[in-house]
Design a protein around this ligand. Structure first.
Ligand code: TRP
Length: 326
């Protein structure tokens, strides 16, 4: 069975954009692939972060993945720092990665601008650690969003450079792009994100969720209900596409274009479908919150499995490098 690896930062609250763009696909992929999903805490420390929050965010991120259906019967969910071989391999990969390649990574450039006072080696080496995450498991496929394609390309290059110098150990992983539409924030302007505070969290209660949806920006040119709207430029329609069936899509598309349906009614329909899908996830998440021992147990067992694979790879790597073994 082909192996998949992907990672998610422990930012705590997971929003609709993460869910539609990544997690929901991951659940589908577990049907066909041997899947490993990782909460990447070592990546999170490359920028300033609230130290006292990290533990909570790490557990919560793993908990949400499990609640969304990434259960231990289907895949492995673990925490990056629990398998220290990731960082060990990253050091070795540092020695085959040209600095120039890292300097031209868009994410590095963006984050360097956002965190001028803390442009550290970890931030620059971020994609090298990501390459080790993937390659230590010899994963062939990496489901990611558009913004991570450059990093997966770098992983391919790291694999190539390593193999050319030390012998064929690593496959070149391929990015699996999600076909899900990109969801904008409730401002209808920027990509949904936690930092921009324009998000709908997947664990928010129905009242809060409706309030955000009710006031969310739609097609800005549709000022009055009598104005016809254009679903193609409406973020609410994009979210509909992720949660509603074809009949509803046809109805709201036509209704919007002919001013037959108002934005509020369109949003009510969306809210109903959204709630249907998210309510069971929220219920599972809240019961897991009462039983975090179960979550810890899952990530511990997964780390143990992953650690066994990682150790095997490191044995091969050490021998290929010519290191003295004892
Ligand atoms: N950089 C990824 C992100 O910000 C997270 C990540 C870390 C990752 N390691 C990975 C994704 C390995 C895929 C594979 O979304």
């Amino acid at each position: 069975m082909k192996r998949i690896f992907s990672g998610i930062q422990p930012t705590g609250e997971i929003h609709l954009g993460n869910y539609v763009g990544a997690i929901r696909n991951w659940v589908e992929l577990t049907k066909e692939y041997d899947c490993i999903f990782c909460v990447v805490d070592y990546h999170a420390i490359t920028v300033d972060y609230p130290i006292e929050e990290l533990k909570k965010r790490t557990v919560e991120t793993a908990l949400i993945l499990i609640a969304c259906g990434l259960t231990p019967e289907k895949c492995r969910v673990f925490v990056q720092s629990h398998v220290p071989e990731h960082t060990e391999l990253a050091w070795i990969f540092n020695c085959v990665t040209p600095i120039g390649e890292l300097e031209r990574m868009t994410q590095f450039k963006d984050k360097s601008k956002q965190h001028r006072a803390n442009i550290n080696m970890g931030l620059m080496g971020y994609p090298v650690l990501q390459a080790s995450d993937i390659l230590i498991y010899k994963a062939g496929f990496v489901p990611v969003g558009e913004d991570q394609v450059q990093h997966v390309e770098l992983s391919r290059e790291v694999a190539r450079k390593f193999n050319a110098r030390f012998g064929e150990i690593f496959p070149e992983p391929k990015a699996l792009l999600s076909i899900a539409p990109k969801i904008l924030g409730v401002d209808g302007a920027a990509k949904m994100s936690k930092t921009l505070n324009n998000y709908i969290g997947i664990l928010e209660d129905e009242k809060a969720m409706w309030e955000k949806l009710r006031t969310a920006v739609t097609d800005v040119n549709r000022v009055r209900r009598a104005d016809p709207g254009n679903p193609e430029v409406c973020n609410i329609y994009t979210i509909h596409r992720a949660f509603s069936d074809n009949q509803v899509l046809l109805d709201v598309d036509k209704g919007c274009r002919t001013a037959g349906i108002g934005c509020i009614d369109c949003k009510k329909l969306l809210f109903k479908n959204l709630s249907e899908e998210l309510a069971p996830i929220r219920d599972r998440a809240f019961s897991l919150m009462k039983d975090t021992d179960y979550v810890i147990d899952v990530i511990q067992k997964s780390a143990c499995d992953c650690s066994a694979i990682a150790k095997e790879t490191m044995k091969e790597v050490r021998s290929a490098l010519g290191l003295l073994t004892i």
